[in-house]
Design a protein around this ligand. Structure first.
Ligand SMILES: [Zn+2]
Length: 122
């Protein structure tokens, strides 16, 4: 089974967007091809706004190139909450949480059950 990969430039963009949204959350969908995550998909209202990010990420359009979600934790710990895991289970196979201060090391990836998985930077 092939492993998930993410483009380094995209991760950088996620960190920049999370910094811009701070102290609010940032959230978006992830688009991938051949398990390489290469693009963010934004929806109106998913950019910021505390807990509503999770709610808005549940309003997913039907688009099979969307493989999961990314959102920020301004509190710092990139650990999924119960609400996050509920959202993961309904919104795809790969979910990234980035934690303040949003460096290239302050992120983790999870499957739809909220179990941590490895994602390779490329
Ligand atoms: Zn969260």
């Amino acid at each position: 089974m092939s492993k998930w990969k993410i483009k380094m430039d995209l991760l950088r963009m996620i960190m920049e967007a999370s910094k811009s949204s701070y102290p609010d959350e940032f959230g978006a969908f992830l688009r991938a091809k051949n398990k390489i995550i290469y693009e963010l998909v934004m929806l109106p209202g998913t950019l910021s706004g505390g807990r509503s990010v999770i709610y808005n990420l549940l309003m997913k359009p039907i688009d099979f190139t969307i493989v999961g979600t990314v959102h920020s934790h301004p509190s710092g710990y990139p650990i999924p909450s119960d609400a996050d895991i509920q959202m993961f289970s309904r919104s795809g196979d790969i979910h990234i949480i980035v934690g303040y201060p949003y460096t290239m090391n302050s992120w983790k990836a999870y499957n739809r059950r909220g179990e941590e998985i490895r994602v390779t930077l490329i």
